[in-house]
Design a protein around this ligand. Structure first.
Ligand code: SAH
Ligand code: DHB
Ligand code: MG
Length: 228
């Protein structure tokens, strides 16, 4: 058995032992596949981790960068209390359209706003609208943008907010970002920036599973960024 087969078997076991079948999630995946979206959403166990972190954090305001078909958004929004809300940023209008339909089917459309446009345009808008502070921010859009997204996430947070980032290991490519691997370079720079930013206390954990070999980063905001 290959490593990948074993990781898949273990993920199946963890899913059946720990995760109850959510009637909203399978249709969302099916509709995303039907629409031809890439199957790069978080795995079920990772989605449940996001769900639990929203609850542990008692988050009422959540921000996501990178909606795709709304799979991770469903996991997080379903953890929100009455009156809680999630804003999810998506550059591709077609992805946003599929996500909105999936969120509506899940009965979560009143809690979730999908904003279409490059995150680097929506993030300053959110700041000028005083849409923050967000209690939890999940960074999962284009990997080249991660260093910029970190700075915006910090500004849109409050002391006590959690900043999470997906795909920070990239099968180990971050250890040797090849010339031209802009994604691995971006993620590595992101990790270095996280560690060098006063006001963030962070770790990252390597993961294997049905999404292959990757990892996530978790940063607690302990202080806001200085001016400028
Ligand atoms: N969070 C989703 C997966 C997101 S995949 C889940 O786990 O279910 C990454 C998404 O980011 C894609 O839909 C892609 O279109 C979007 N994206 C890429 N570049 C972006 C940008 N500059 N701004 C906003 N979204 C972007
Ligand atoms: C890619 C993006 C993701 O968010 C992910 O979880 C896996 C892969 C990608 O762009 O290749
Ligand atoms: Mg991801």
């Amino acid at each position: 058995m290959s490593d990948e087969e074993l990781w898949n078997r273990v993920d199946s076991l963890l899913e059946s032992a720990l995760l109850s079948r959510d009637p909203d999630l399978d249709p969302a995946l099916a509709a995303s596949e039907q629409a031809g979206l890439p199957a790069i959403q978080v795995s079920p166990t990772q989605g449940k981790l996001l769900h639990l972190l929203v609850r542990v954090q008692a988050a009422r305001r959540v921000l996501e960068l990178g909606t795709l078909g709304g799979y991770s958004a469903i996991w997080m929004a379903s953890a929100l209390p009455e009156g809680g809300s999630l804003v999810s940023l998506e550059a591709e209008p077609r992805h946003a359209e599929v996500a909105r339909a999936n969120l509506q089917r899940a009965g979560l459309d009143a809690k979730v706003e999908v904003r279409v446009g490059p995150a680097l345009e929506s993030l300053p808008q959110l700041l000028s609208e005083r849409a923050g502070p967000f209690d939890l921010i999940f960074i999962d859009a284009d990997k080249t943008g991660y260093p910029d997204y970190l700075r915006w996430a910090h500004r849109l947070a409050r002391p006590g907010s959690l900043i999470l980032a997906d795909n920070v290991v990239r099968a180990g490519a971050i250890t040797d970002p090849r010339e031209g691997d802009a994604a691995a370079t971006g993620v590595r720079r992101f990790l270095e920036d996280v560690g060098a930013t006063p006001g963030l206390s962070a770790t990252a954990v390597q993961t294997v599973g049905s999404k292959g070999y990757d990892g996530f980063c978790l940063a607690l905001v302990t202080a806001m960024p200085g001016p400028g």
